[in-house]
Design a protein around this ligand. Structure first.
Ligand code: GRF
Length: 200
């Protein structure tokens, strides 16, 4: 049984691609039914199409309010047939109704070891803070930004010569390993918001 999943993006789509590639393995328990972007120009849309994945744009600038955008996005997700949703560089905050509707079925990847460095510019802030370890987190989506039960984390060392760019690259490689592993666990029904940590 393979679970249908949708991916929400706003930009480059490298995590999206990691999920698409992982889903190609015959034993992977999920498949991607659609990639939805809130930005028509997101480079990830072309990458998805090149991999034969259906795409859709729900442009937030077409809507007068956040609630109206959320309603359209919710409709698009239902129409996609997805049972699970992966946010992969999706740069809009979702309102409580949409988050509630997908409770336990919507996950996000964030480029820090949460709860450290919520929000933007995580690599710059990690370097400024002088931490020796940085990394990424996959978590269930809840109403607060970059909150919600943590499913998995992968840490990477911070090196003395790191710039935000070199650190971002190291973290991104970890993201591309972590996210498919977390989607696999979710699709297999091995995790819930009450019991979110992957048991091996
Ligand atoms: C990633 O670092 C992800 O953790 C964050 O936004 C970035 C998106 O990159 N939420 P990409 O579009 O997946 O390449």
């Amino acid at each position: 049984m393979s679970v249908p999943a949708a991916i929400l993006i706003s930009g480059r789509g490298s995590n999206m691609l990691a999920l698409i590639e992982a889903c190609k393995a015959p034993d992977f328990p999920a498949h991607i039914v659609q990639v939805i972007s809130n930005r028509p120009q997101a480079p990830g849309l072309d990458i998805a199409r090149q991999h034969g994945i259906d795409t859709r744009v729900v442009d937030h600038t077409d809507f007068a309010s956040r609630a109206a955008f959320d309603q359209a996005l919710g409709r698009a997700l239902r129409e996609s047939g997805a049972h699970l949703v992966c946010l992969a560089g999706f740069m809009r905050l979702l309102g409580p109704d949409l988050v509630h509707a997908w409770h336990g079925r919507m996950i996000n990847i964030h480029p820090s070891l949460l709860p450290a460095f919520k929000g933007l510019n995580t690599h710059e802030r990690a370097l400024q803070a002088g931490v020796s370890e940085h990394g990424c987190t996959v978590h269930f989506v809840s109403a607060g930004m970059d909150e919600g039960p943590v499913i998995g984390q992968e840490s990477v060392p911070v090196k003395p010569e790191d710039t935000p760019q070199t650190l971002a690259r190291r973290v991104l490689e970890a993201e591309h390993r972590l996210y498919p592993a977390c989607l696999r666990a979710l699709a297999q029904g091995r995790i819930t918001p009450q019991s979110p940590q992957i048991q091996s």
